[in-house]
Structures are given as C-alpha cells and as structure tokens.
Ligand binder design. Structure first.
Ligand code: ZN
Length: 68
C-alpha cells in the first residue's frame, strides 16, 4: 500500500496541477490560435487538458474569446 501511494505521488509530480495549467492557459490559447501545435509546444499542458474537463473548458472558452 505504501508503495502504491508513493507511485501515485510521483506520477502527480510529473504532471501539471490545475492552477499551473490555468497560469499558462493564456499563452497556450494564443499559441493554438496562431496555429502552433500545443501537443509539441507544451505536451504536459496538452496532457492535462486531455484528462481534465475543467481546464479544457476554460481553455476552449479562452480560445473562443481570442478567435471572436
Ligand atoms: Zn485541470
């Protein structure tokens, strides 16, 4: 059980938390708007957006705002 908890904690450290992603969303949305590949540019952010509906919603809102 201790090993499992350790593995989980280590996995979390490699990934962005929501507040870290939020801090980058402006840049990410602008890069996406310019046609840059976020998956290549910021793979960890893209990975977070893929698995976190809250941040993805925020990102899509920002992107829509930029594009309007
Ligand atoms: Zn998130």
């Amino acid at each position: 059980m201790a090993n499992l908890m350790g593995a989980l904690a280590m996995t979390c450290e490699e990934e962005f938390a929501c507040d870290e992603v939020y801090a980058l969303l402006d840049q990410v949305a602008e890069a996406a708007h310019r046609g840059e590949d976020v998956r290549v540019l910021m793979p960890l952010v893209q990975k977070h957006l893929d698995m976190c509906p809250d941040c993805r919603e925020e990102f899509e809102g920002l992107l829509a705002m930029i594009q309007s």
